[in-house]
Design a protein around this ligand. Structure first.
Ligand code: KG4
Length: 338
């Protein structure tokens, strides 16, 4: 009998629902919240309210686009954490209510597992998926982790950031440049036209496989100050070079530890995930690194890099196959690692 999972994601500022049947994606609907733009960051209370408005139409659309009936759903998978508690509460409560109505089980998903397992989302049965073990570089607005993935249930964090995440480095530097939030995609766009050798920013010297990005942020700010006391005209004139140099430094930091992890573990399959894996420079640097070293890269479709319910549904699908269901009194959690 086929297994049909409805996935629900509401951890931050995207309300998303997806349907996966036997590992094949049937629909993935995302409603992004524009309400935060004028505040330069996500406002938690506004996010919860927008989720409440969006969740019914988003789930309804996902079911319709998938061409299934609600009674076909084997289980509802939802993001239990980490994320904003108010936002998570909307998805968690909705999943429980709908599951009670349908008489099906619920499966709780760690959002980070979703990112790591997003490579198993297939549109066609013939789509390639990674073999185990693989190394996943999880790079988002809240996390930068190097994870050894031995199975969908067995993940080991080999290294992680001790301060800012890679996405924060993009966003905070972009903010100094006066770019809108989130700044990552703007840096990506500007970097395509800039000279990445023009500015030199500090790189961290952290032992082992851990990351650090806060020094880079400070060095970026001081470069602007030394030159021109954060002169908006200077930034405007040099924005492409600043963006390209910043992006190249972030990529160099990410690849340095990835390379160490590859040498340390001998693993030959490399995956990336999380919002920053949408970055054009990161994507081509990972492809180049893998072809140079004879490794197999898994680079997600851009739609699966930022928050989406397809990855929640696939992570829930694996748990469903294991019979790993969740109690109806499960509360969301704000913080957790892989
Ligand atoms: O995984 P994600 O959607 O969510 C959270 O961690 O909450 O990641 C969001 C992060 C932001 O920092 C955003 O600037 C970054 O991903 N991001 C990018 C790009 N697209 C999104 N950073 C660099 N280049 C991009 N194209």
């Amino acid at each position: 009998m086929s297994v049909t999972i409805l996935g629900i994601e509401s951890s931050c500022d995207d309300t998303s629902a997806a349907v996966i049947r036997d590992g094949i994606l049937l629909s993935n609907v995302i409603a992004s919240q524009k309400v935060h733009e004028e505040y330069g960051g996500v406002v938690p209370e506004l996010a919860s309210r927008a989720h409440q408005q969006n969740i019914v139409p988003v789930v309804d659309t996902a079911i319709k686009r998938a061409g299934i009936a609600p009674s076909d759903i084997s289980a509802i998978a939802f993001t239990r954490g980490p994320g904003l508690l108010g936002s998570l509460l909307v998805g968690t409560s909705f999943a429980k209510g709908m599951a009670i109505g349908l008489g099906c089980p619920i499966v709780d998903v760690n959002h980070l597992h979703g990112h790591v397992l997003s490579h198993f989302i297939r549109r066609e049965v013939s789509d390639t998926i990674p073999g185990f073990p693989y190394l996943c570089l999880l790079i988002s607005g809240g996390n930068s982790q190097l994870i050894l993935v031995r199975s969908p249930r067995d993940m080991q964090v080999l290294g992680q950031t001790i301060d800012d995440a890679a996405g924060e480095a993009f966003d905070k530097c972009a903010k100094v440049m006066g770019l809108p939030y989130p700044g990552g995609p703007h840096i990506d766009r500007l970097a395509a036209e800039g000279d990445s050798k023009r500015f030199k920013f500090a790189k961290p010297h952290i032992p082992g496989l851990d990351y650090s990005f806060s020094g880079l942020k400070t060095s970026f700010l001081y470069t602007l100050r030394d030159n021109v006391k954060v002169d908006p005209e200077f930034i405007d004139k040099n924005k492409a070079d600043l963006a390209a140099s910043l992006q190249e430094t972030i990529i160099a930091i990410l690849l340095d530890k990835l390379d160490k992890a590859v040498k340390q573990t001998g693993v030959t399959t490399i995956a990336i995930g999380g919002g920053v894996s949408a970055n054009s420079g990161v994507r081509s640097a990972i492809s180049d690194y893998c072809s140079k070293h004879g490794l197999t890269p898994f680079i997600p479709e851009r739609a699966f890099t930022t928050d989406n319910a397809a990855m929640v549904a696939i992570a829930g699908y694996f748990k469903y196959l294991d019979g790993d269901f969740c109690e109806m009194d499960a509360a969301p959690y704000a913080r957790v690692t892989v």
